[in-house]
Design a protein around this ligand. Sequence first.
Ligand code: GRF
Length: 202
Amino acid sequence: AKVAIFISGRGSNMAALLYASLLPDSTYEVCLVAANDPDAEGLTLASAEGVPTFALSHKGRTRADHDAAMEAAAKEAGAQYIVLAGYMRILSPEFVSRWQGRMLNIHPSLLPKYPGLDTHARAIEAGDSHGGVSVHLVTEELDAGEVLGSLPVAIRAGETADSLAERVRFAEHQLYPRVLSDYVSRGSDPGYLLEKVRALAL
Ligand code: GRF
């Protein structure tokens, strides 16, 4: 399956997804890396690796216009799935509904705990034994779609939000390619699709 990856910055998850896609057992290929910031670091890595890129600043554009341009680029590249990897923009409900079941996001907490920002600080503050990372389907409600996979990361004595974030990132890079690859291969399994349709009809 072809996937478009949306980023806003460093793009370390995009890099993990891209290199995993080059392994022989991958079920997906990256057809586009798109960013809402033309200076996003991840863009230079993607183009160095020969992956098409698209960049358009959201500044001075309406959400609808910006979303439409991002979507057009993804479609033109032939994307069947959209994979958000540190994409720091909220997508319009219309966009989300058009890609329902075909758009994934990675979030640095053990969802449903700590949707939104400052996840690591909140986990440490709450005295949790673990932070972690989740990959989920994108729905209209922020960080609330079905969780497809997660990995816990231990919180050590004296942990700071930064030190935890750094370790969570290692876990992210393991989790995201695996979950995406599994999800995409289930998507082409008629039995699985039938099960999904039945669940929606209930
Ligand atoms: C990751 O921590 C991800 O969980 C969050 O944004 C960060 C993106 O980092 N949604 P990177 O750009 O992939 O390095």
